[in-house]
Design a protein around this ligand. Structure first.
Ligand code: ADP
Length: 397
């Protein structure tokens, strides 16, 4: 039996999933898991599709273990566990495809060089994505690897949503609005197409609200605007990222407060957002349970900014038919969803409190809300596996 693996390698974690190939080219989840706390005290957890824990391992003194070391362990486990399954390809989430890569690509040395050149555009993500590709190439040089880009889904959005109001030559050098979370939005667009095809053909805002957070305006399942821009720092308030801020603040930090660039980067990417505003936690659930004034201010700012940016995207779409919540907060946090929808009541969003509390698929009030509001769990790993399989089939035919 053939199998495909998808891998999502970040700075301190690696998420993965193993799918078995059925006929005709359908994918069935076999196992999934995560290596967490890389660089501190790594932990590996793998569960079967049914939720049974297959492996639960900690390295309390493993601060020096690298992504490559841990991937070797993962492969050793996989080799024992696979039985009669044979991994035919491995797909990666790669954050940045730049202006060139609008579709998944088979990895080779030339592609790796091109992706390496994009590291300055995504310094916190891209290097870790590429480290995983190289590590797998060393462990199993013959295994086909596929790069799936988070920017690709937004590649064809209108130029007006891609341009920054800076001198043209900088745009030509690639300093433009790209957009991220594309694999998640593509999955949501497909799911919505199955759940409610008419709605999927309309004007939809998808809200990917996790540690990283963004909104995407979709028309007929295609991205026409999004809140993230040149980097994944733009747009909404996130766990530790500031989202959109006046660029004058960055200049002030450097010129008046004499902050070195690395310190500014650390401040904006790792010390801002929910964590910075609350001074308590980057985790939305922890803030909700905290109850302090500072935690409340952080939650309120998060919701206000989602609603404010959504207002902008409604303008880009020329109206709205559906609003979809996804990712950790979007799928699970009823109170945050309620606050956002209350702020967007002017646009016609009205939710049913019971359906919302249940994280139901449709949380808008049937027959009353002008806008359909849905909760659709995202699955970036499956999207990666689907792309990987499709590219492999295309290359073989
Ligand atoms: P990542 O971007 O790291 O994949 P996730 O999509 O897992 O992040 O989202 C993490 C966020 O989701 C955290 O703020 C967390 O508090 C929130 N979250 C996760 N599960 C729940 C839950 N059951 N209830 C409320 N919030 C949750």
């Amino acid at each position: 039996m053939k199998a495909v693996v998808s891998l999502n390698s970040g700075s301190s974690s690696i998420k993965f999933a193993l799918y078995t190939l059925g006929n005709p080219d359908s994918l069935t989840l076999s196992a999934s898991g995560k290596i967490e706390k890389i660089g501190i005290a790594p932990a590996l957890r793998i569960r079967s599709a049914e939720g049974e824990v297959l492996i639960d391992r900690d390295w309390p003194d493993g601060a020096s273990l690298t992504h490559a070391d841990l991937l070797e362990d993962l492969f050793a486990w996989a080799t024992d566990h696979l039985g009669d399954r044979q991994v035919v390809a491995l797909g990666h989430r790669v954050v940045h495809g730049g202006t060139r890569f609008a579709a998944p690509q088979r990895v080779d040395a030339v592609l790796l060089d091109a992706l390496e050149a994009l590291c300055p555009l995504a310094p916190l993500h891209q290097p870790h994505n590429l480290t995983a590709i190289r590590a797998i190439a060393r462990i199993n040089p013959d295994l086909p690897q596929v790069a799936c880009f988070d920017t690709a889904f937004h590649h064809d959005k209108p130029m007006v949503a891609s341009r920054l109001a800076i001198p043209r030559f900088l745009h030509d050098q690639g300093i433009r609005r790209y957009g991220f979370h594309g694999l998640s939005y593509e999955y949501i667009a497909r799911r919505l197409g199955k759940i409610d095809p008419a709605l999927a053909r309309g004007r939809v805002i998808a809200a990917h609200l996790g540690n990283g957070a963004s909104l995407c305006a979709m028309q007929s399942g295609r991205s026409i605007d999004t809140t993230m821009g040149f980097t994944a720092l733009d747009g909404l308030v996130m766990g530790t990222r500031c989202g959109s801020i006046d660029p004058g603040v960055v200049l002030h930090l450097q010129s008046q407060l004499s902050m070195p660039v690395a310190e500014v980067e650390d401040l904006l990417y790792r010390k801002s957002g929910l964590l910075g505003v609350s001074n308590i936690s980057s985790d939305m659930r922890a803030l909700s349970e905290d109850g302090s004034v500072e935690a409340e201010e952080a939650i309120d700012l998060f919701c206000w900014r989602v609603a404010r940016e959504a207002g902008g995207l409604i303008s880009s779409l020329g109206g709205l038919d559906a609003f979809v919540f996804t990712a950790g907060i979007g799928e699970n946090h009823a109170d945050v969803r309620r606050r956002i929808c209350t702020r967007l009541a002017w646009a016609g969003l009205e939710i049913d409190d019971d359906a919302n509390a249940d994280n139901a698929l449709r949380i808008s009030r049937a027959g009353e809300s002008r806008i359909d509001v849905l909760v659709i769990p995202t699955d970036e790993e499956r999207m990666i596996a689907l792309h990987t399989l499709a590219l492999l089939v295309a290359l073989q035919s």
